[in-house]
Structures are given as C-alpha cells and as structure tokens.
Design a protein around this ligand. Structure first.
Ligand code: OXD
Ligand code: MN
Length: 620
C-alpha cells in the first residue's frame, strides 16, 4: 500500500480530512502509489504520458489522446444522483438510495486500481476568494494520468486551495476509478459502469470510464450536479449549464453580461465565442467568460444577480469547428496552448489533427492519417470509406486563458452582474429569432419547456421537442418542482431582475430546409436588440409569447436576408404554438409540486395564443 502521509506531506498538503479520505480510498482501490498534483506538475505529467504512449504530440505544445472505443461520451443511463431521502427523487435525476449505491460502487472499485498511481488533485471550481468558494473546493482521486491532465485544464488544481479552507472538512470527495474498460460490457444489460453523485454527502464516485464528464469530476458531477444540489439545499445559488459573455458598447461605454442555456447541438459554444459582425465591430466588443457552466447568486450588497464560470478551461466539441463557425476556438487550440485533443483524426507523420467540418473536405493526402479509433484511413475497407474520421463527440481541452477574447475580469472572484438570461433551442419553425420575456414566472416557465428537436431519430415528428429544462436534464440533482421554486425564489430575491429571452437561430424554409437566419456572428444583432429593449431604447411588438423586435429595430446592416424571411422569423405562428402548448402541458405534468405560478404562466400564454390574431395564417 502507498505511503499516504509521506506523499501528502511532501506536497505540503496537511489537511487531515484529506489524508483520511486518501487513505481510505487507497486501501479500497489498491493503488500502488500516491501523487499529489499541483499546476506546476503539468510539464512533468505531459512528458511521462508521452513516454508511456498515453498521449501523442500534436505539433508544438499540443497533445492527442484516444479513449477506449466504447468510452466516448457521457452515459446518462449509467448516471445516478443518490441521497438518503427518497423525497429527492425527480424525473430526470435517476435517484437511488445513497447506502445501496455506495455499496455497489465500492465493490466495483475494490482493488480496481491495483498497481496504478492514484493522483490526488485538490481543486477549486471557482476563482479563489469567490463568495461561493465553500461550495467549490474538492479533491479528486483518479487512477488515470490523462484524466489528471484534462482535469488540470478544466479546474484550478493546487494543494493550497484545500489547505487554506476555513472549514478543513468541507470539500467534495470525488473518486474516479477507470476500471478494466475492455471488460465492462458497456451498453449491455450487464454494464458495470456506474457514475454516482451522493449529493447529500458531497461525494462523487465514478467507475468505468476515462472520458469527459464521466471522469473529470470537477466539471459536470461537481460543477453542475453537486453544485445544483448545494445551491438548492443552502438556498444560496443556482448552478446551470449556461454560457456567459460580456458585450461592451464602445459608444456609450456601457458593459453588459448575458448568460444562457442551450440543449446540446444548439450552438452554445459558438455563441459564447462569437465575434461581432464586421458592421458592428467598431462599436461592440464581445468578451468570453465561459461556454458551459455558470453559478448564479444574488449579491448581498447591490442585490443584483451575479454569474461566475466555475471552470478553468473549455472542453469543446471539435466537430464543425472551423474558421467560419468559430475562429476564436481555433485560436484557443493553436500550437503552444497545451491543448489536448481527444478522438479526432491524427496524422502520425505530420502530427496534424483533423475533424469533420474543420475544412470543407478531409485532407487529400491520406498518408499517415488514422481515424479516432487508430485505424489507418488509407487501409480502410471500401464499405468503411464514408465513416467519419473523428468521433462526433471528439473534443479539445484548453484553458480559458488561451481564448483570445477572454474577458479581462474573468477571474474576478465576485463574478459579473447579469443583464440578460437567454434560453435557446433548435427549432425549424415556430420559435422566432428572439422573444423577450419580462415576467420572471413566465421566463422560468419558458426555461422549463426548453427543448431541441431531436436531430435524426425523431425528425419528422411534428412539433415534438426533446425537452431539456434549462438545458439541465442530464444534470438535475433534485426534483423539478423544487428546482422551479428555487429559481423563482432566487430571482425574486434580487433587487433588479435581468431581462429574459428565448432565441432560435435555426428556423428553416419548409420547402428546401434552408436556414432563414445567417447565424454565428450575426446572432449578436438580436442580443443587442434585447439589451436596448431593457434600456427602453426600443419597444418591439408584444405577442402572446413575449416581445419580438420590430423589423426596423434590428441593426441589419450587412445582413443578406429576404424581407419575407425576416417577416417569418419575427412572427408568431399561433397554430404551431397551440400544438406545442399541448406537448408542454404533458411535459410539465411530469413534475411533482410545480409552483402554481408556473402553471399560471402556462395557462396565461395558452389563453393569449387562442385569441391571438396577429400571427401568420394557419396552413403556412
Ligand atoms: C457536456 C459537456 O457533456 O459539456 O455537456 O461536456
Ligand atoms: Mn455541457
């Protein structure tokens, strides 16, 4: 067994609760050696991982890794939130009893790290000094060096975060054990993987993966599931799968912050990293704070809602990231940034990486290229010729500081005051470009009914969305009714309320499927309209589902959009909306104890739609 005291003492980690925690899990998992990690260990770990062949060089200062072929994404069906209180069971949190889950996962972890190093990563999911710091401290144990390297890019890792805790016993205990990936029967009835957050014990136990949110426990398990539970239990904050950006108006000198949630494949990272369109670039600047998580609290001094990105990096989907869609992301993963790519295509001769959408077509010269599984492209069987080179969930991992337009105050422990909260899905019709919502209950109702059209399996099921409340469906850790009540309470306790809006960049021409709005950089235009609406500079048009811009209120200089398309994306199709209201009702009925205000908002919107005569004609 490892000498825990010696390893912790050498690293200057004196917290006795950490020592007991490491000792216990070292005994249970059988790890041969303990290493405490701090940010200064990055270069050494990189060298060791290169020497061991766990990662490969991807040009100067960049690295490449492949995950096990059946370990390429988060697995929602193997993910559980456990507590000791059955009343914590919700629809989406996959609740189980804490005692039972602990026993099962401990059995799977027993002896499973034998012969391996156990890396001890003391981390903080917040800038140091944050008012939410007592919810942000954690110690992750992992038996994978590549997981440690990813974790160091995604969280602030250092023993000093844990040694200077006011309450030395108050840190999230996070244990990651990879397991024998070749024998876990992934995706079968005998699947051995188990990803458990014991929320009322602030303990995270993940077994059976070395990829993404299954293995980097600071990000999703702590940053979202545990933090959402803590925020509710304490009544102090919300933890949401939200991006966060700043918009500066150089003409007026005003600075705004917008955060918001989008179900996956709805363009959240591209929006978070957006640059202004050329015509607006001399007046507006967009700053990046984060693309995936925001914690929201009410500041006791000025009563405003503040948002903070608890992460230290970006774990972005590589697919479709290009100069056209997201030049900022490409700059953030440029040579010298220490970026780790996972499951993209790799060229062993040139150390280049490539993924679908990076360029219009794949590299013409196939020499040296292998796909994400490691198979040489040039040796593919004819029937595999069309298979993607990169896995659709391939990723890049880079630190926030590498993002060229990172906000200067991104590490301000206080976070930033929020002016607007937006929700956005992917809807081919019905949802206008933007609709502002002034009433907080109606806004929370809108967030709870957020969804995105299923992209393939359910395509064609008229009007059917995969609902994803606030984009938190995979991360819910307590019942949805209580979640809605907590949202309402937090917003109402603020002295000033952000403006809310629902956005949709994805309306299509029903005849040929063409997108009606150009998207990407031009998405700044409706957001500026929203901020101007908040300032009282524009008034928009009231509809049953919110305020939409009057055409002339949008700054459309340089946008090539036909008048008819503009009309469509700024209109409400009441017939389609009424269909959707029936689906919403079914969806909301799933949730026990939903506050009456949410139902009232639903009925108010439905009633207003039934007598709305300003929409487009039915049968369009
Ligand atoms: C996710 C992620 O799985 O951000 O949502 O990685
Ligand atoms: Mn996410």
């Amino acid at each position: 067994m490892a000498d825990v005291d010696a390893a912790l003492g050498k690293a200057g980690l004196h917290n006795i609760h950490v020592r007991d925690f490491v000792r216990r899990w070292n005994e249970l998992t059988g790890a041969a050696r303990i290493e405490v990690i701090s940010e200064s260990d990055d270069a050494r770990l990189i060298d060791e991982a290169l020497a061991a062949g766990e990662i490969l060089p991807a040009g100067p200062g960049r690295y490449y890794s492949r995950s096990y072929i059946k370990d390429t994404a988060r697995s929602e069906e193997r993910t559980v939130v456990a507590t000791s209180n059955p009343a914590d069971m919700g629809i989406y949190n996959n609740w189980r009893p804490a005692g039972q889950m602990r026993r099962i996962v401990e059995e799977r972890m027993r002896g499973a790290s034998a012969g391996k190093i156990m890396y001890v990563l003391p981390y903080l999911m917040a800038p140091a000094g944050s008012p939410l710091e007592r919810y942000a401290a954690g110690v992750q144990l992992t038996d994978s060096r590549t997981v440690a390297l990813h974790m160091m890019r995604m969280a602030r890792v250092s023993p000093r975060h844990i040694d200077r805790l006011a309450d030395q016993n108050r840190f999230v205990r996070a244990v990651h054990v990879t397991g024998n990936l070749g024998q876990l029967q992934q995706g079968t009835p005998g699947d051995q993987r188990l990803f458990v957050t014991i929320a009322d014990e602030r303990t995270i136990l993940h077994f059976g993966s070395a990829y993404g949110g299954n293995a980097l426990l600071g990000k999703i398990a702590h940053g979202l599931r545990q933090a959402a539970y803590d925020g509710w239990a304490s009544g102090e904050f919300l933890a949401e799968q939200f991006m966060l950006i700043g918009i500066s108006d150089e003409l007026t000198g005003k600075r705004y912050h917008i955060c918001g949630g989008f179900p996956s494949a709805s363009g959240k990272t591209n929006l978070a990293m957006m640059l202004p369109p050329a015509e607006l670039g001399s007046r507006y600047r967009v700053d990046f704070y984060g693309d995936d998580i925001a914690w929201l609290r009410v500041d006791p001094v000025d009563g405003k809602i503040y948002a903070m990105n608890p992460e230290f990096g970006v774990f972005g989907v590589a697919k479709d990231t290009s100069e056209a869609t997201n030049p900022i992301a490409l700059a953030a993963v440029a040579p010298g940034t220490g970026t780790m790519f996972t499951n993209v295509a790799y060229n062993q001769n040139t150390q280049e990486v490539w993924w679908e959408g990076r360029t219009p077509g794949p590299p013409a010269d196939l020499a040296g290229w292998s796909d994400w599984t490691g198979a040489l492209i040039a040796e593919r069987a004819p029937e595999d010729a069309r298979a993607p080179w990169a896995h659709p969930n391939s990723r890049f991992t880079t630190t926030l500081a590498n993002v060229p337009n990172i906000a200067q105050d991104f590490a301000d422990p206080k976070g930033v005051p929020v002016d607007a909260i937006i929700f956005g899905g992917r809807a081919r019709d019905r949802e206008p470009l933007i609709r502002a919502i002034l009433d907080p209950a109606e806004a929370v109702y809108d967030g709870l009914t957020l969804g995105a059209e299923a992209t393939f399996a359910a395509e064609g099921v008229d009007g059917l969305l995969r609902y994803d409340p606030m984009s938190m469906r995979p991360f819910m850790s307590y019942p949805e009714g209580a979640y809605a009540a907590h949202w309402l309470k937090l917003i109402r306790s603020a002295a000033s309320t952000p403006i809310f809006a629902h956005v949709n960049w994805f309306q299509r021409d029903p005849q040929n499927g063409r997108y009606l709005w150009p998207g990407y950089r031009d998405n700044l235009r409706p957001l500026i309209w929203l901020l101007r609406l908040k300032e009282g500079e524009v008034h928009g048009k009231q509809t049953p589902v919110g305020i939409v811009p009057a055409k002339e209120e949008l700054d459309l200089r340089g946008v090539a959009i036909a008048a008819e398309d503009l009309e469509t994306i700024l209109s409400i199709d009441a017939r389609r909306w009424l269909q959707e209201m029936r689906h919403r009702e079914q969806h909301l009925k799933l949730f026990q104890g939903l506050p009456a205000e949410i139902w009232q908002a639903h009925h108010r919107v439905a009633a207003a739609l039934s007598c709305w005569d300003g929409g487009r004609e039915a049968g369009r």
